[in-house]
Design a protein around this ligand. Structure first.
Ligand code: TXA
Ligand code: MG
Length: 318
């Protein structure tokens, strides 16, 4: 059930239940981070393999100490600049943090979300919230309460409504190895914005068979419909064999294909707007029973790079 009732959400979370809740990036499937029954329920509902660790969401910068320890100075600088916001840090975990959350690692992922509903909820709880994105494993992430409802109808008692997510793509994930900063996942904070503070960041290869951040599995964020990511010209698109295809475009409609089958991410070529619209557009195209979705590659910098990363993974369902 979609609802605005924060006190009901508090009650359910206190009773070890799992609920849907909004963040500025995507909706999450939340439970008490200090309760193993709740954590286990999240994995079950999401059908997520137990080797894929979860992010802990804190209500303020101080609460990080309930979750992580031995925090490097550079992490504090990043927190100062980017929290609340879509930056997740991988840090040494406090001993009491459950191995279910971390998939037996000695590190834990933490972030402070920026959404007013998420913060109000967290502030009424005596524990942080552990929450993966509220989609079945490898499916498109939800950016509206209705997406969560469509995925998990009867499996969760409540979805808190916070409107459409303003950032629309998951948080950027950063970790530390000695003095080195590592990027585990491109996300809603552009890599360049973080590098302005940290210097050049090493990017862990996303394409390994056993990826370092398991969320970087190749196939992810994928619609049921086949996706192709291209640099095709309008002429090449026009010559497609099937006419029952959908187009995902950056800023302009293709004139030869029915407008119904096209989604334009940002007519004014604003990458932030494009990011906010990406998953909604994929959800919509996926519901049209198309033979395929042809996605246009965006400019490969800033959030354009993050969007291309998601489209590449979506295209791995072929
Ligand atoms: O924006 C977001 O981050 C959203 C909202 C709900 O906060 N959450 C989200 O969670 O995207 P999820 O579970 O879909 O992705 C979490 C990612 C996964 O790729 C996981 O492998 C990685 O975080 N992760 C978690 N703990 C980790 C750790 N200790 N080391 C490396 N990667 C970790
Ligand atoms: Mg996810």
């Amino acid at each position: 059930m979609i609802s605005n009732d924060i006190s009901k959400a508090v009650q359910l979370l206190n009773e070890e239940e799992v609920i849907g809740f909004p963040t500025e990036t995507v909706y999450g499937l939340a439970g008490n981070a200090f309760n193993e029954n709740a954590i286990a329920k999240i994995f079950k509902i999401k059908e997520r393999p137990s080797f894929n660790p979860l992010i802990v969401h804190v209500k303020n910068k101080e609460q990080i100490h309930e979750v992580a320890m031995a925090i490097p100075d550079l992490a504090y600088e990043l927190i100062h600049q980017f929290w609340p916001g879509p930056l997740t840090l991988i840090l040494k975990k406090q001993p009491h943090i459950s191995n279910l959350i971390t998939a037996n690692r000695d590190t834990v992922a933490v972030r402070m979300p920026q959404h007013p509903v998420a913060l109000e909820l967290l502030n009424q709880l005596s524990f942080p919230l552990v929450a993966p994105s509220a989609n079945p494993y490898t499916a498109i992430s939800p950016t509206q309460a209705i997406h969560v409802q469509n995925y998990f109808q009867d499996k969760i008692p409540l979805i808190l409504d916070g409107g459409p997510c303003t950032a629309g793509i998951e948080s950027t994930i950063i970790g530390f190895e000695g003095n080195k900063v590592i990027l585990y996942r491109l996300g809603s904070i552009p890599l360049e914005a973080i590098e302005a503070l940290t210097g050049k960041i090493e990017i862990k290869n996303h394409n390994e068979k056993s990826p370092v951040a398991p969320g970087m599995t190749l196939k992810h964020y994928a619609p049921k419909t086949k996706v192709v990511l291209t640099h095709w010209t309008d002429e090449e698109l026009k010559n497609q064999e099937s006419k029952n295809i959908g187009l995902l475009r950056f800023s302009t409609f293709h004139t030869q294909i029915q407008p119904l089958q096209q989604r334009v991410l940002s007519p004014k070529q604003d990458l932030k707007e494009a990011a906010a619209n990406l998953y909604q557009a994929l959800h919509e195209l996926d519901q049209l029973n198309l033979d395929g979705i042809i996605a246009e590659r965006l400019p490969d910098y800033g959030l354009g790079r993050t969007i291309n990363d998601r489209l590449e993974r979506a295209a791995k369902n072929n």
